[in-house]
Design a protein around this ligand. Structure first.
Ligand code: AKG
Ligand code: FE2
Length: 647
């Protein structure tokens, strides 16, 4: 009642306020109105204004051929150099954002920071205004044509419309033309800011921005790596502005989903529920240089997105159109400024292209995936500690005799690490002897002696069999116990390093040796173990799907190597193509590699061309229903054997 009386005072009797038709509204939205306006200005002899309106229209509607022609007319007009190209509808958040990118491109990071920060303030202000408008007038319209809607139907319809309108706000604010919305627009701010802040040594602010970005795309490897890399990251929260926005967006989306699901609404636009769809991590290469290549890509994206703008702005010249200039200072480019900006962009892109260039994999594309790889131009070889900067541990190292060799960042992807010294030379030798004495040909592979390559033999020994043989007096009890204890040592370290809160269970414990078959192993181009993910099936198109018969419940994998007296046999990790090797680790006694079991950690083993390569391979799960039963049995037997020994 109160609102109504205010409105009546201000706008008069609501009954006589005519509703603006959808057609008129649409014309305003698509800026159709400018077509009339440009003609009116032109007829009136106000070329400057006519150009301004035409330009503003064309930026938004680049496909309109009639207005494009008008634009050409102005371009060719003898006085055109004296007119400015002004976008009268430039949104201030976008203006600040574009200028932020310009500053970033010329490496003026402090300036870029203040521009991006201002862009965020403007964005959130505009988003709030947008939502306020959503709460405005509502007409049920034609949705219930036959009978007038009931009170309850009207409420649902209104509620739905308001929520849908809310959800379109961030999308509309990222719109650059009638057909183009700058994808991922808001998160990009945080992406740029995290980089800019770290450049000016504001590391806490940088982490806040990485964490803000991760709210929108929790799988982004670059941001994850950035957060992991920082010791104090756990104590820093994501930016408050992003948290508030993201939380509200999620609530709105949940409410809208509820409306769709509970009021029988089937015909709805699913994209509305998720304005920032998941980033396709698979499609992007693992980034080796944190943020730089990533930002390089973003720039290109932005460049494309602004292309229409740039083509038009290229024709701009310094001039005397004072009033417009004063009014629209921020959105005017002189030709010189513009050319200079383009040159900086071009150089930057060239540098990034160079960085992005890597070994060509096209020759491998017709070969079955996983079986053949090629080393990246920038392949990283981890062979000993000295070749790497002392890494920052992402989680605690439990044993003082252990040294961290590489963290996730240094291993060029998320959820991985390597360390040295987890087993002594004597311990390694004892396990190798154990395998020699009790290992079975093709164990774990239905007895196939060469399950991965015809050039090698494969043998394995489970912890259960080791204990069983010890029980029968065929193997030393001590060695079986050592096998069990060492695997337990690895489990504890993996759980600690990855800071896992839930329990980590063994899924499978295997002592394995791969043996080069003499005489045929030197001239081969296959792998000892083809590239794969441990919980997914690698498809020809490079995707890795968590499906039967893969061990989909596996979460983490670890290999602890026992020796180095062989040729080849490097553990390798590839990029998402599964063909380009980005990283290789040379096995040696006590060296552990640990990594995620999924598609983000595609790995394999290079051919062993001489000798016998032994390792303890362990697969872990957080699903208690897959806790390795035979291992539990083995433990019981070990306890009994110990008691027997002690008696
Ligand atoms: O032995 C290695 O280095 C890796 C083996 C492996 O990836 C596997 O058995 O799944
Ligand atoms: Fe594996």
């Amino acid at each position: 009642m109160c609102i109504e009386s205010c409105e009546q005072k201000l706008f008069g009797d609501p009954k006589i306020i005519l509703r603006i038709s959808d057609d008129v509204n649409d014309d305003f939205k698509s800026k159709e109105i400018y077509k009339y306006l440009q003609l009116a200005y032109f007829r009136n002899g106000n070329f400057a204004k006519s150009l301004e309106v035409t330009y503003s229209f064309v930026i938004y509607n680049p496909d309109d051929s009639m207005m494009q022609k008008n634009m050409e007319f102005y371009d060719n007009h003898r006085n055109s150099s004296s007119y400015m190209y002004i976008n009268r509808d430039a949104k201030s958040h976008q203006v600040f954002f574009d200028k932020g990118i310009e500053a970033y491109n010329v490496e003026e990071y402090s300036k870029a920071i203040s521009l991006f920060e201002q862009a965020l303030i403007e964005f959130y202000k505009a988003e709030e205004e947008c939502r306020a408008v959503c709460e405005g007038e509502f007409y049920v319209g034609t949705e219930y044509p036959e009978t007038p809607p009931s009170f309850h139907q009207q409420i649902i319809a209104h509620y739905r419309k308001v929520l849908e309108c809310y959800m379109t706000c961030p999308v509309e604010l990222a719109r650059t033309s009638i057909k183009h919305v700058s994808e991922n627009y808001l998160p990009k701010h945080y992406h740029y800011l995290q980089f800019a802040y770290s450049k000016v040594n504001k590391h806490d602010e940088s982490i806040e921005c990485s964490k803000a970005y991760l709210l929108f795309h929790s799988n982004n490897e670059v941001m994850q790596a950035h957060v992991h890399q920082q010791m104090n990251a756990a104590t820093i929260s994501p930016r408050q502005d992003a948290v508030e926005f993201h939380t509200r967006l999620q609530i709105q989306s949940e409410l809208l989903k509820y409306v769709y699901q509970n009021f029988g609404i089937q015909d709805y636009d699913e994209t509305l529920l998720q304005p920032y769809p998941k980033e396709d991590v698979d499609a992007s290469e693992p980034k080796e240089n944190i943020t730089k290549t990533e930002l390089g890509n973003k720039e290109e994206e932005l460049h494309e997105q602004n292309n229409d703008n740039e083509v038009l702005q290229e024709k701009v010249e310094e001039n005397s159109y004072r009033s417009g200039r004063e009014k629209n200072n921020d959105i005017i480019d002189s030709k010189d400024q513009h050319n200079e900006r383009m040159e900086v962009l071009r150089k930057r892109r060239e540098a990034d292209d160079f960085q992005k260039k890597d070994v060509d994999i096209s020759d491998l594309l017709h070969k079955p995936i996983g079986h053949h790889t090629i080393d990246s131009n920038k392949i990283l070889t981890i062979s000993d500690g000295q070749s790497l900067v002392q890494p920052l541990a992402e989680g605690p190292i439990l044993y003082d005799y252990v040294t961290l060799l590489a963290n996730s960042t240094q291993m060029l992807g998320p959820t991985r690490f390597a360390l040295d010294g987890l087993a002594s030379n004597n311990e390694c030798q004892e396990l190798i002897d154990l395998e020699l004495a009790g290992g079975l040909s093709g164990d774990g592979y239905r007895g196939r002696a060469s399950p991965h390559t015809e050039h090698e033999l494969f043998e394995g020994l489970t912890v259960y069999r080791a204990v069983e043989l010890a029980e029968q007096g065929l193997l030393p009890f001590r060695s079986a116990q050592l096998y069990y204890d060492l695997s337990e040592r690895v489990r504890a370290q993996v759980k600690a390093y990855f800071k896992l809160k839930d329990e980590l269970y063994f899924d499978y414990t295997h002592l394995v040796c791969r043996i080069a078959i003499k005489g045929q192993s030197t001239d081969r181009d296959d792998l000892s173990h083809p590239v794969h993910g441990d919980n997914c099936l690698l498809k020809e198109d490079g995707t890795c799907v968590k499906d039967n018969p893969a061990y989909t419940w596996r979460d983490y994998s670890s290999i602890m190597y026992l020796n180095d007296e062989f040729d080849g046999g490097e553990f390798i990790m590839t990029d998402a193509t599964a063909r380009r090797v980005k990283l290789q680790v040379k096995p040696k006694c006590g060296r552990l590699v640990s990594f995620c079991a999924g598609k983000e950690c595609l790995h394999g083993v290079k051919p062993i061309t001489r000798g016998r390569r032994c390792a303890m391979a362990l697969w872990f799960t957080q699903d208690p229903s897959h806790d390795e039963q035979s291992r539990i049995e083995a433990k019981k037997k070990l306890n009994k054997l110990r008691e027997r020994d002690e008696l």
